[in-house]
Design a protein around this ligand. Structure first.
Ligand code: NAD
Length: 264
């Protein structure tokens, strides 16, 4: 195979359907020659993930619920058996009780706080440790975050707190694993209509706001995120680690947008 990812084998975690950010990334790296394995959460998703994996020439589709340590261990054992080693992992997983992705952060319950942190933050650390153990030649790990980690966004609530912790864990993991040639980065994506996003209150309004107020005056697509992921996962990003890379049409740099009035 030819391309920027030729000879590289990677795991894509978090594919739910063809709207998933994971799907945009999988397509971008497969088009550049990557060989892919996919993990899915629960049998109900397997029938969605199988045909998508097949479209990209992958038959390695494995179950993994990241809240279960044994399930994470089994996934990486299976990958080691199949491939021996791994070059990259995409972690596109997050979860919180959707009743708490509206209203006030102050009302987050202890149970949902811990569950959100476990699935959306700790899972990346657990995955990084397992993946690093089968990356003798170095590698690249990537997770997905959102601007709600840095600034207060409506309804993002406990997910914002979790994403802040996720971004911090990217920096700590970058230091821990850098000595072994393993890079760890995140992409902070602008709002994209996916299954997970549909759980967030007023999501249509948030998308419209981003479209009207970002420097590029548009929302980002799965392809935008996929192509930036390609840079971080391939050797193009060889000097980059510990980074939160914004793929958000520039929204994060705007303090206050100028009035869009061509006449004045
Ligand atoms: P999605 O619903 O397509 O993907 C979320 C995935 O998380 C699903 O595949 C789901 O199965 C998986 N998941 C949840 N709990 C799990 C568990 N216990 N074990 C294993 N998998 C589990 O939605 P998406 O928007 O593509 O989300 C991917 C990532 O991108 C998430 O981390 C999300 O926070 C992040 N993100 C999304 C947006 C957006 O606007 N859509 C913006 C920035 C960041």
């Amino acid at each position: 195979k030819n391309g920027l990812m030729a000879g590289k084998r990677g795991l894509i975690m978090g594919l739910a359907n063809d709207k998933s950010i994971a799907w945009g990334i999988a397509r971008a790296v497969a088009a550049q020659g990557a060989e892919l394995a996919f993990s899915y959460q629960g049998e109900a998703l397997k029938k969605r993930v199988d045909p998508l994996a097949e479209q990209l020439g992958s038959t390695l589709v494995l179950p993994c619920d990241v809240s279960d340590e044994a399930s994470v261990a089994a996934l990486f054992d299976a990958l080691e058996q199949e491939w021996g080693k791994l070059d990259f992992v995409v972690h596109a997983i997050g979860f919180s009780d959707k009743d708490q992705l509206r209203g006030r952060y102050a009302d987050t319950t202890r149970d949902n706080f811990l569950m959100t942190m476990d699935i959306s933050v700790f899972s990346f650390t657990a995955v990084a440790k397992r993946a690093a153990a089968i990356m003798p030649d170095g590698g690249s790990l990537l997770t997905l975050t959102y601007y709600g980690a840095e600034r207060v966004m409506p309804h993002y609530n406990v997910m914002g707190v979790a994403k802040a912790a996720l971004e911090a864990s990217v920096r700590y993991l970058a230091e821990d694993l850098g000595k072994d040639g393993i890079r760890v980065n995140s992409i902070s994506a602008g709002p994209i209509k996916t299954l997970a996003a549909s759980g967030i209150g007023d999501f249509r309004y948030i998308m419209k706001w981003n479209e009207l107020n970002s420097p590029l005056r548009r929302n980002v697509t799965q392809e935008d995120v996929g192509n930036s992921a390609l840079y971080l996962l391939s050797d193009l990003g060889a000097g980059v680690t510990g980074e939160t890379h914004h793929v958000d049409a520039g929204y994060h740099v705007v303090g206050m947008k100028a009035v869009d009035a061509p006449d004045i």
